[in-house]
Design a protein around this ligand. Structure first.
Ligand code: SF4
Length: 217
């Protein structure tokens, strides 16, 4: 088979992934598929966040995880390092994971938008709309047993939930995957009294993860 035929097949595989069926028809490793998306994100200029970012933050972690965590957007430290949840919020998140017997290597963490909004403002609706396709594809590839949304924006975009205070800890579904909303670690760092509620949500999360049959791996 010549190079041009190989290129055509590669283009076709990318086309299938682009329309969301690649993972069904083509047996490629999840790592490879996620790396492909990360490469697209690093080259992305779809929205205005492209101008101010230092490094895009595609997401990081275990492609075969049972638990996927989704926040709203990278912050300053994340923008500097190109990795999600590496600042104070990330340290608090690590403690929450430890509480349910998990480490960062066990989960996949990403955000609704992959580039830092200037001065940590909320992402604009048009930015989230343009970036969402990357997250949708990441979720389809990983198919975790459970997604936990961190904070109001992730819950609102994925679930249409407007109040995390009222809906946290409740079970929702996104494309057939279980989802639990809870607070964002940065919110808890500013409002430490809320952490007890996160601990209650973690009990529910642990219970759901214990019931997972591992079929996502
Ligand atoms: S936030 Fe998303 S859509 Fe906007 S430039 Fe970054 S990767 Fe592209």
């Amino acid at each position: 088979m010549g190079d041009s035929a190989g290129d055509s097949i590669h283009d076709y595989i990318n086309y299938l992934q682009g329309i969301g069926v690649g993972y069904i028809w083509v047996k490629r490793k999840r790592e490879e598929l996620l790396d492909g998306i990360a490469g697209e994100i690093r080259a992305c200029s779809r929205c205005e966040l492209y101008h101010s970012r230092k490094n895009p933050v595609p997401g990081h972690g275990n492609p075969y995880c049972k638990l996927m965590l989704i926040g709203e957007a990278p912050g300053e430290k994340e923008d500097e390092q190109g990795l999600p949840f590496v600042g104070p919020s990330g340290m608090r998140l690590n403690l929450w994971l430890e509480r349910i017997g998990l480490k960062r290597k066990d989960v996949f963490i990403t955000n609704i938008v992959k580039c830092r909004p200037p001065h940590n403002r909320n992402p604009k609706p048009e930015e989230m709309k343009k970036c969402m396709e990357y997250l949708e594809r990441q979720i389809r590839i990983i198919r975790p047993c459970l997604i936990v949304t961190l904070g109001k924006i992730a819950a609102s975009v994925l679930l249409g939930v407007e109040s995390v205070v009222r809906m946290r800890g409740n079970l929702f579904h996104y494309e057939g995957i279980k989802v639990i909303p809870t607070y964002h670690p940065s919110y808890v760092l500013r409002n430490p009294k809320r952490e007890q509620e996160v601990f209650e949500d973690l009990d529910v999360i642990k219970e759901i993860l214990e019931e997972c049959d591992g079929s996502n791996g």
